[in-house]
Write a new protein. Sequence first.
Length: 216
Amino acid sequence: MKKQQYIVFGLNRFGTSVARTLAAAGNEVVAVDQDADRVAQIADDVSYAVQVDVADEDAMSGLGMEHMDGAVIAVASNMEASIVIAMKCKEYNIPQIIATGKNEVHGKVLKKLGVTRVVFPEVEMGARVGKYLTARDFSDWINLSNDYSMVEMAIPSAWVGKTLRELDLRNKYGMNIAGIRINNHMNLQFSPDEKLQKDMQMYVIGKDKDLQHFNG
């Protein structure tokens, strides 16, 4: 299988995390920043680390962008640079472009330019933390879309010894079981007729309103 190639512009905490995660998954990653120290810090973790002024269109011409399967633009603090990079990515027909947005207006501009998805890391993390703090029955809450989330939860005491078929969670609560973890082993094909145990952790996908109702 051909390795996927990605380019990450901006090596702040978000950009660095994305670049290292992509590289660790076996992809070829080009990491770009105008700060020499940031470039040096990630050089050993990615395929190529390049010091380039991301606001300079000409300086980006030698980065091999025409070969990229995806791009991450993590320079939301510099809106002008972010827009220039997005335009350049579209010029090279990069099929998947993820960009961080500074605010709603910035996000709308990036979407107009053809960015696949705009993320607001601080806002999204803040929302996740807020849901985590108010989720009494859930140990984690991950947004999957505007309407759906995945949560991690311990097996309620009333469910111990019962099967998923008996509990009928989809019809009763709108909850779909994505997997069950026993100690450090994740089981993604858990039998609906196997009895639940108190030391299990369950990963559940559902509509936010259904999960909030269950948690309430």
